[in-house]
Design a protein around this ligand. Structure first.
Ligand code: SF4
Length: 690
């Protein structure tokens, strides 16, 4: 064990930046101190990180298991044995009556690598179900799919953040780090201080966009056309890198033809971005030796998210800005362990080490590590929304860890209805989230500062979170929960509770896979400020990918000949406006934790509807007027916030809240055909005074 004396270096529990911090135990909780030596954030933290200890000592955190006292009865305190017996019985009963695939498992992008690994293993060998997925599907899965398609490997950023200030130009698409990860903003300000340029693509003039040399504000859902228009200009102006295309890519001719069908005037009509601004973006991107495109949820959370990201990757490849120093495409993953959470087996189609569940060699390798026959491993299951949509019909019991889909899933009122229709629901969480409140059994689990485990940040840097505090007596770790449940389901072995032991097994399971962790140990992570995967035994780790070859069979990157198509919903007479959703700096995801922190709640107490002054005048509403926003799926009410920083055809709502202002009541679960990502970022709505 590592020392728990004095200040303990660890990482923030929230977003994918995984800022370093020191924790000093004091008076039954911990104080956050600066950890200046950690390179990612160099001591800086946002308000969420600074106040993270508040949830540890919150009076609303769960400190004893709760079991529902009969159908429709209240949740009542129970012992751990009673609660685990009830969960095991509920899952086993369903499996007996309806088969293993009637039991679902839903994980989270905030779970450590060890937990994500153990949860995937639990689903597949303790329950024998194929029905497992996680909320990371809602986060970056379109980028992951586009990465795989183009480069043969998905690591959010194929280079460290420290490369960003040293490149010549960054096009930042649908990303707002000023709100989502403020310490990361310095990489952009340093880029500009070094003479580089920043282009921000966002329908809103966000605080990040205000830093930009050029802000392009396309109509929501048209980023794919925008990228095609830029590629058209690159070709027309003779700015392609023919040598790079010939030596390191395949599929250019089809992609070129697709781009040439999207001439700038057409793209202006589709996106609303004037042609001179398109030309200026191309100029800025192509002028320096090196440049990057970074995307986040904007282009990714669309029913064509994979192709939209693919279009931005095409732009990088056509200009020779990938697989070269200080150049490339990267995704700014959102959730704390959004990267590691998708590598170790809680995703519907994957096994640990980022192996494909349908690959016979991968099944054989992982089955050997797990001590089971490969043919006993189930095949791929449903994606997150499809799984939630099947609750109460095909999937009758659910074990949920680290997620609050009643707030965070698209078409949330429908999802809530599906959750309520389950025969049995068990939730492991730290507070009684809106989803946990619907459970038959609630298991109170440890928090970040009370446990040890690894996460993998948005750079692919594997990090160590350390235990700094003894958890309250009534609380247990998720690994203990899985151990206790597996034992009750007849598996006495295979689910250790020591995270380092789980990590040792994860290393073996990942060995030889795309995300190879076999050369990474807790001691190495502690000594090296994190280790970048892939890291086979004996490797120093790999901060920069693709410099010699891409991870495809022939070593070449693959162009994808994508074309523009409209969003699944476009405005019409009944729903004449577009809704886009996002985050605010003081809240995090479904707000399950941050809404319980007084300082954060004071800063961001509730939802709002951002709209342009012209639209406000047309509706006859003032700042603060309660607005009803209605889509084909439901209605949400929140006060107006009038600003000229948004397009006049678009309204914006943050999605952190439940109740009448629940933004995800409105969002569209239309799925991307490849990534199965729902279209959170655009749907048609009507807005009127409430
Ligand atoms: Fe935590 Fe992200 Fe804020 Fe850093 S930026 S302190 S990781 S929430």
């Amino acid at each position: 064990m590592h020392s728990t004396q004095g200040a303990i270096p660890t990482h923030c529990p929230y977003c994918a930046l995984q800022c370093g911090m020191n924790l000093r135990p004091a008076d039954g909780t911990v104080a956050v101190e600066e950890r200046a030596g950690f390179p990612v954030n160099r001591g800086a933290l946002c308000g969420k990180g600074r106040t993270a200890p508040a949830v540890l000592s919150s009076r609303v955190r769960l400190t004893e298991p709760l079991v529902r006292t009969g159908p429709g009865g209240p949740l009542a305190p129970a012992t751990w044995d009673e609660a685990l017996d009830a969960v095991a019985a509920g899952l086993a009963r369903t499996r007996r009556a309806h088969g293993p695939d009637a039991v679902g498992v839903f994980g989270g992008g905030g779970l450590t690598n060890e937990k994500a690994y153990a949860l995937g293993k639990f689903a597949r060998i303790a329950l024998g179900t194929s029905q497992i997925d996680y909320n990371g599907r809602f986060c970056m899965s379109s980028s992951a799919a586009a990465h795989q398609r183009a480069f043969g490997l998905d690591r959010g950023l194929p280079f460290p953040l420290e490369d960003i200030p040293r490149t010549g130009c960054v096009i930042l698409v649908g990303s707002n780090p000023a709100e989502t990860m403020p310490p990361a903003l310095r990489y952009l300000t340093e880029l500009k201080a070094n003479g580089g340029t920043l282009v921000v693509v966002d329908p809103r003039r966000t605080r990040t966009a205000e830093l930009a040399d050029l802000h392009l504000a396309p109509r929501p859902g048209t980023d794919l056309a925008l990228a095609l228009g830029l590629l058209h200009l690159v070709v027309a102006e003779g700015r392609t890198d023919a040598e790079f295309i010939a030596a390191r890519t395949t599929g250019w001719e089809d992609t070129r033809a697709a781009a040439m069908a999207h001439w700038p005037e057409l793209v202006e009509r589709i996106t609303g971005v004037p042609v001179p601004r398109l030309r200026r973006a191309v100029e800025l991107f192509c002028a320096p030796e090196a440049a990057m495109v970074l995307t986040a949820r904007g282009p990714e959370q669309q029913a064509k998210g994979t192709d939209t990201v693919g279009a931005w990757i095409n732009l990088c490849l056509a200009t020779g800005r990938a697989g070269r120093p200080l150049s490339g495409y990267g995704c700014l993953t959102g959730q704390g362990n959004g990267q590691g959470g998708r590598e170790h087996g809680q995703k519907a189609d994957q096994l640990p080490g980022y192996r494909r569940l349908t690959d016979p060699a991968a099944r054989e390798h992982v089955a050997r590590v797990w001590g089971v026959a490969p043919e006993t491993l189930p095949g791929p299951g449903r994606s997150a929304y499809e799984l939630l949509d099947a609750l109460g019909t095909d999937v009758k019991a659910l074990l949920l860890m680290g997620s609050n889909p009643v707030v965070s899933a698209p078409r949330a009122a429908h999802v809530e209805e599906r959750v309520r229709s389950l025969d049995f629901l068990a939730v492991a969480d730290v507070v009684l989230s809106e989803t946990a409140a619907l459970a038959d059994v609630v298991l109170p689990v440890t928090q970040w500062a009370e446990e040890t485990g690894t996460t993998t940040n948005l750079e692919g840097r594997v990090l160590l979170r350390r235990r700094a505090l003894t958890p309250p007596p009534g609380v247990r770790g998720d690994l203990e929960v899985l151990h206790g449940l597996a034992a009750r389901l007849g598996l006495e072995k295979g689910f250790p509770t020591d995270p380092e032991e789980v990590f040792a097994e994860l290393r073996r399971a990942s060995e030889g896979g795309p995300a190879d962790y076999s050369g990474i140990s807790y001691d190495r992570i502690a000594a090296e400020q994190g280790v970048f995967w892939p890291c086979p035994e004996g490797s120093p780790g790999t901060p920069r990918l693709f410099l010699d070859r891409f991870a495809t069979e022939d070593g070449r990157a693959r162009f994808a000949p994508v074309t523009h198509r409209e969003a699944a919903e476009t405005p019409d007479a009944a729903y004449p406006l577009l809704l886009t959703t996002g985050r605010v700096v003081a809240q995090y995801q479904s707000g399950a934790q941050t809404r319980r922190v007084p300082e954060l709640n004071d800063a961001a107490p509730g939802p709002f509807v951002e709209l342009h002054p012209r639209l406000a005048a047309r509706l006859g509403v003032a700042d603060g007027t309660p607005l009803a926003v209605t889509s084909r799926r439901g209605r949400a009410v929140a006060p107006a916030r009038i600003t000229d920083a948004i397009r006049a055809d678009t309204v914006f709502m943050p999605f952190h809240w439940y109740g009448e202002g629940r933004a995800n009541t409105l969002t569209n679960p239309a799925l991307d055909p490849v990534s199965r990502m729902p279209e959170f970022k655009v749907c048609a709505v009507r807005v009127e005074p409430a």
